[in-house]
Design a protein around this ligand. Structure first.
Ligand code: RIB
Ligand code: CA
Length: 309
């Protein structure tokens, strides 16, 4: 089977780090590069956080720094969930590796335009980098195979009652992406909040006995308590569900729907308005993940972590 060519766009972040661990070692994925955006923390934190995971696990993947601010909205970070560093919990050695000199947006444009249209983008943070690439070079829309993203909510949000963090941080960027015409699959909170790394999951991965299993445990142990802000008793690995969809779509129940980003500056700013029942009559622009088979999901995560050092 040809491996799936993908670029991970992230705001590392605890669950982003796990998503990187899965994307970098799953046998069916060819991880071409990692682009980093401000989100969970400012870019001067999310970029080194990403590099730390790459260095710690000896990953052979280029990392590119991207947009440091949302396109329009005043920047907000998720310090209450991810801590001051954006990846509180694990202790890393001094950083010895560096990001590539090319800006992430330019990397995305160059790589997509040079491609055969066979690259999947997997954004798991605010969509600022992806939107900027589309604005700068609209022709990439026809060169992106598909976008599989973590973001949005069919039901209630986690950052406001209406909006999920990745969309809320840069709603205008989300609007540009969702109205671009690119094939989109969206993993919303309704699904990702069920992928909970509780004590038993953390113990299971720690017991793998390698660096990756220990890193999983050190990372997710921090979120056992920090996610209480969202009324959760453990850490959801939100972003991982976007990566595993690529290699195991049969684990998911999905529905196709028209999704609109609410840009009104009221209490629903940044909401993904998901027309699940087709009431609008508007053309469906997204496939939405509604449920995931968790036993097989965690088996896939464990099997992939075992492939690491
Ligand atoms: O709302 C969850 C999302 O926001 C995840 O991507 C998490 O990493 C944060 O970026
Ligand atoms: Ca993220």
């Amino acid at each position: 089977m040809n491996r799936i060519k993908m670029i991970l766009d992230c705001d590392t972040g605890h669950d982003d780090a796990i998503a990187l661990m899965i994307a970098s070692k799953h046998p069916d994925i060819d991880l071409l590069g990692v682009t980093v955006v401000a989100g969970n923390q400012t870019l001067d934190k999310t970029l080194p956080n990403t590099l730390h995971v790459v260095q710690h696990l000896g990953l052979d993947v280029p990392v590119y720094g991207g947009m440091a601010k949302p396109i329009v909205k005043v920047q907000e970070v998720a310090e209450d969930v991810h801590g001051k560093s954006g990846l509180d919990g694990p202790v890393f050695e001094e950083l010895r590796i560096k990001a590539q000199p090319e800006h992430a947006v330019n990397y995305l444009i160059r790589t997509l335009m040079e491609s055969d249209g066979d690259i999947t983008l997997v954004p798991v943070g605010p969509l600022t980098n992806i939107a900027m690439a589309i604005l700068l070079e609209p022709r990439i829309v026809n060169k992106i195979r598909q976008i599989v993203l973590m973001g949005g909510a069919v039901g209630i949000g986690n950052t406001t009652p209406s909006a999920e963090f990745n969309i809320y941080v840069d709603p205008e960027a989300a609007h540009i992406v969702f109205s671009s015409g690119v094939k989109i699959t969206m993993m919303p909170l309704d699904l990702t909040n069920t992928a909970l790394a509780d004590e038993s999951v953390i113990e299971r991965m720690r017991n793998i006995g390698n660096k990756a299993g220990k890193l999983f445990a050190d990372i997710m142990s921090f979120t056992l308590h920090s996610q209480a802000v969202n009324g959760l008793s453990a850490g959801p690995v939100h972003d991982v569900t976007a990566v595993t969809y690529l290699v195991a779509p049969d684990l998911y129940e999905t529905v196709d729907a028209y999704v609109q980003i609410d840009l009104s500056k009221g209490p629903s700013y940044g909401r993904t308005v998901c027309d699940i029942y087709g009431r609008s009559g508007l053309e469906k622009n997204a496939t939405i993940g509604m449920k995931i088979r968790l036993k097989e999901f965690w088996d896939l995560v464990e099997d992939t972590l075992r492939r690491h050092i």
